[in-house]
Design a protein around this ligand. Structure first.
Ligand SMILES: *Cc1c(COP(=O)(O)O)cnc(C)c1O
Ligand SMILES: [Zn+2]
Length: 434
């Protein structure tokens, strides 16, 4: 497998003239492990230690109240936070599907049911253009692809990401070519294919798809290709910060006390933490403690297992759960998630498939929100954390729902008719519905 290092790619992309790319406040890429810095480019692994690269910013020219006014006057989508993202200042004027600014629902009915007294909110990301949180991250990768002159947008996906890439590329006028395991459910295939890009089934599982994509990146056949979750991963990952920004702004520029966040690769959770810390550093919210809790399905719970065992390393698992959007058995950001849960006083917990389905129904019945299985995981874990005494019901709590229940109808397929009657009143009365 070709592992691309910072050195090899920045050279081929920027050449000796090294024209600088305009990605707003993004100043460089910095290694999460050793701090080694390299210029912005389509690279993801440190050439010194192979640690993950992430965006380093220069926020020095921001005056707090001016920045707050600018954000509040911005569009009702993620681009209101453009000054804090790796995107050019005029990003909102470019063709984009403009995700974000989804509802923060005050979930009083669910709170009553769970015994939460300190305020319970659901951040409902099913409201994004392709009905999952993935639109946020793909939007950042798209801007990086434009900046680096890529003409094809690609990814390896098990569903949600494929649809988000297809839609974003269609709107931006880029080619898209997305790779998925060949035996995905029909609903996900349709959702990814409908945007008109190319969709390739790989004979193998998600790990095989990933491996293939890494090979393609190192090959001339992949030249000009931006893989949102591989060579554009540092940019892509920053999109999750917008969840943190929105939650705080929607709470009236206030940090919540507790957040319950789903874990697949763990990227979203680590970047929500990064986003919260940035808001504190920029003075946009008051600095006070917050706790981040991670949520997994028992059938794919490598991070939760490591947390409970007190380990720093995450042992890979073979996923078997209905929460397919979270089914990454070897999560790249797992160790960072453990750090954050422990540093903030949170925890990582998991729930069974049965509890996931129960939680989907609970959220639907109390708040009128139909969540995909990932939302069942966070709501189910919230319930379990309260019962265990890990989550304090007297504190303000935000639970994430990252996708739409229409994407995982199978999970609740046994929900159906209350009764079947003849079209007359006698029959209606007989059924006991009057
Ligand atoms: C991708 C995804 C996540 C989070 O994934 P990470 O890899 O942990 O960032 C959460 N929910 C849904 C529905 C997703 O599709
Ligand atoms: Zn390094």
């Amino acid at each position: 497998m070709a592992v691309q290092t910072a050195e090899s790619t920045t050279e081929s992309v920027t050449g000796s003239a090294a024209p600088s790319v305009d990605l707003g406040p993004a100043a460089a890429l910095s290694c999460r492990e050793c701090g080694h810095r390299v210029p912005l480019g389509p690279v993801f692994a440190c050439q010194e230690c192979f640690g993950p690269l992430e965006i380093a910013y220069d926020f020095s020219d921001h005056e707090t109240e001016e920045l707050r006014r600018r954000i509040e006057a911005g569009p009702a989508n993620i681009w209101r936070y453009a000054p804090l993202l790796p995107v050019p200042a005029d990003v909102a004027t470019k063709p984009n599907i403009n995700p974000g600014w989804t509802k923060l629902v005050q979930a009083d009915n669910l709170a009553r049911e769970l015994g939460v007294t300190g305020g319970l909110y659901v951040k409902d990301d099913s409201g994004n253009p392709t009905h999952s949180f993935k639109d946020r991250v793909v939007a950042q990768a798209l801007e990086a692809a434009r900046a680096f002159g890529f003409t094809t947008l690609s990814c390896s996906s098990t569903g949600n990401l494929a649809g988000a890439v297809g839609a974003a590329a269609a709107r931006a006028g880029l080619r898209s070519c997305v790779f998925i395991p060949h035996d995905l459910e029909q609903g996900k295939v349709v959702m990814a294919a409908v945007y008109g890009g190319e969709l390739v089934g790989i004979e193998g599982n998600y790990d095989d798809v990933n491996r293939f994509c890494s090979e393609l990146i190192g090959d001339p056949a992949g030249e000009g290709w931006g893989f949102v979750n591989v060579n554009l991963r540092p940019y892509y990952a920053e999109g999750s910060k917008t969840l943190a920004y929105e939650i705080c702004e929607q709470l009236g520029w206030r940090l919540p006390d507790q957040l319950v966040v789903p874990i697949a690769s763990g990227s979203q959770l680590t970047k929500i933490d990064k986003g919260l810390r940035e808001l504190i550093e920029l003075g946009l919210v008051e600095d006070r403690p917050y706790k981040i809790f991670g949520a997994q399905a028992e059938g794919c719970s490598p991070v939760s297992a490591a947390y409970k065992a007190g380990h720093d390393v995450v042992r890979p698992q073979k996923p078997k759960t209905i929460a397919k959007s979270l089914a990454i058995g070897n999560p790249a950001d797992g160790p960072y998630v453990l750090d954050i849960a422990r540093r903030t006083g949170g925890a990582v917990e998991d729930v069974t498939d049965e509890q996931i389905v129960e939680a989907i129904r609970l959220l639907a019945r109390t708040e009128g929100i139909f969540a995909e299985t990932a939302g069942g995981v966070t709501v189910g874990v919230t319930k379990k954390l309260i019962e265990n005494g890990d989550l304090d019901p007297a504190l303000t709590t935000v639970v994430l729902n990252t996708g739409d229940g229409l994407k995982t109808l199978d999970a609740v397929a046994d929900t159906g008719l209350t009764a079947t009657i003849r079209p007359n009143l006698d029959s209606f009365r007989e059924a006991g519905l009057a």
